[in-house]
Design a protein around this ligand. Sequence first.
Ligand code: NDP
Length: 327
Amino acid sequence: MFNALVVNKNDDGKTSAAVEQLGLDDLPNGDVTVAVEYSTVNYKDGLCIGPGGGLVRNYPHVPGIDFAGTVEASDDPRYKAGDKVVLTGWRVGEAHWGGYSQKARVKADWLVPLPAGLDTRQAMAVGTAGFTAMLAVMALEDHGIKEGPVLVTGAAGGVGSVATAILANLGHKVAGVTGRPETAEYLEALGASQIVSREEINETVKRPLEGETWGGCVDAVGSAMLARVLGQMQYGASVAAVGLAGGAGLPATVIPFLLRGVNLLGIDSVMQPYDNRLRAWERIAKDLPMDKLEAMVRPATLSDLPALGADILNGQVQGRIVVDVNA
Ligand code: NDP
């Protein structure tokens, strides 16, 4: 028997989450059984744990959109018992039971071997948010990062923290947008050289174009913030749009695209092909300083998850929450 956080749908249609004991026979079908060591708390996890059920496709459900651990049994020749692996995406934790469990069974195609230089805890300190931050940086690089600061919105959150640390480590000047002035010291320690308040970016401006300020942008917030930032980009610069923490709308005009050649790059971490995932994890091991990663981490256990799910939906989480599923 092993422990897992199970979300059940009650007779009144509401959901509730609690740690339960399960057996290997309870796990869904898959080629590889993994002894999970660590998982994390992402925005999507908050939705899946919360009372509305969010993105969950089937009940009972074990959430957790990412995990790292050791292969216990494998029907696929690419993996053998004892291999260290990491998983992000593929609707695990939404449509297929995920990482909030001491055991997981998944398709071999969804896994990536843990790259040299990262242990399972570090891999989950990065997690889906950090993996996505790396994909965003790679997309900006593919289109060329211009001179001048690179803006990171939602900077104190998971994606923002990792993006800040990677970009600064690559030698870029980073400006972090945050609604929490008390995180300024934390962001500076990650490498941000400029802190921009959320209010400053969100103030209403009628002009679709402003001064050419940012050489690139990783945007975790969307909505009015993204619309404003588009008009502040340098000529030909790119915005990697990662998230919608501020809302799904986009009250923008086409002017920044037409008159400044701004590129809006959509980043999706879920359906990334194997080669891209491997390349991103290898870049993470190379380009993300582990001491900075450690400064972002807050540890948690399976029983902490219901409260933490609510915190992340309220934008109250700083950095990355790493769940030790065996604690
Ligand atoms: P976090 O909650 O850790 O961070 C989001 C940050 O956004 C907050 O910390 C806060 O930063 C800021 N924020 C929150 N609410 C608002 C608001 N109303 N207005 C302006 N800023 C706000 O989440 P993650 O970093 O894990 O994820 C960020 C987004 O990226 C989410 O929407 C998530 O779903 C998405 N995402 C997308 C992925 C993909 O594949 N495209 C993968 C992973 C995540 P601060 O306090 O500094 O202002």
